[in-house]
Design a protein around this ligand. Sequence first.
Ligand SMILES: NC(=O)N[C@@H](CC(=O)O)C(=O)O
Ligand SMILES: [Zn+2]
Length: 427
Amino acid sequence: MTKRLIKNGQCLIDGRLQVRDILIENDQIKMIGEHLNEPADQIINAQGLFVSPGLVDVHVHLREPGQTDKETVKTGSLAAAHGGYTTIAAMPNVLPTPDTPARMRDMLALNKRDGAVHILQYATITTDRGGDEIVDMAALKDAGAFAFSNDGNGVQTAGTMYQAMKQAAQLNMAVVAHAEDDSLTYGGVMHEGAVSQQLGLPGIPSVSETAQVARDVALAAATGVHYHVCHVSSAATVQVIRAAKAAGVNVTCEVSPHHLLLSDQNIITDNAMLKMNPPLGSETDRQALISGLLDGTIDMIATDHAPHTDAEKAQSMLKAPFGITGSETAFEMLYTRFVADGKFSLAQLINWMAVKPAQIFNVEAGSLRVNNTADLALFDLTTPHTISRDEFLSKGHNSPFIGEQVMGQTVRTIVDGQDAFVSQPVI
Ligand SMILES: NC(=O)N[C@@H](CC(=O)O)C(=O)O
Ligand SMILES: [Zn+2]
């Protein structure tokens, strides 16, 4: 039996930071209290540090199998641990894609073998993550699928989405949608608007997202499924979801850190570090995403960590693949830009990054409670730090946040009572 005592950390209790000690026994939280003096094998001095429930990210791309030059389960999960995440959900756009029970079992075995954190695994909605043949949802659920998603692409045919939602509803499984109508994207590489015009780059109208979400909330209303929208990016989409929630539709959604932090105004020149799908919207879109979070229309923040190689992202926006990394910078960037500035409270941020994703997807995570699994993250909220590409544990360095001055660096991440990431020696 191993006992570890985290001393004098700042914990969020009733929405306020209060000093507490936490006793971990093997993989469980055993006690939370003031001035605990239990004997322990190791004492972790957390004086001045924020001790958070481990963060939960329902949208990451780990690239293995198939594209291990971009990322592996090992490097992607270490990157998550570096960002303070203890549970992540891996999207199925890998090769081969987990669209059969056998492939799902292989994926889960790999995730378990190489994962530095808990990894939940999405199955696809359709065979090969495209077309109209719906997977065997019941068998994939039995094999251990977390939810169904064709992320990377939208489901183009309404009838296919309708049938998939009907089946998922019966199984009590969520349909998690990358919403994008391919007939409305016109080969664009960034948000269609004044900036794309100035730069002479082909634009993606944001209605390509909104139209599909509007279709899907109608289908979700008709089927009763839990419909979750990935990486919401536009003001109009937020409005559709707000109206759907008001009408009682079982819809939830996420926003990515980059859509909260950046807009197309930040694209001054052709720069593939700012190319992702959906693209950065207008400043009005960005403000609507912030308002959507604050009024509860948007339920959670998920990174959409999408690593690519340096060579791929060194290309022009016309050629480079869509996607940026996010696991390692999400908390510190959001803390610095929104909490330190007083726009969000720390409790709100942790709600969106840990509590709500765990609650909505029914995962045992997201809160510090006695008898819960010991999944925690320790953050330094005061020491300034400049984000550098050398500190990334991801294989991907495709982050627009390299060079940013932040606070909120991760000091230690604990998964199942064990260190998954440590930045400084134990005192
Ligand atoms: N977001 C992206 O720009 N890219 C993602 C796919 C996705 O999440 O849609 C990827 O897999 O690279
Ligand atoms: Zn997507």
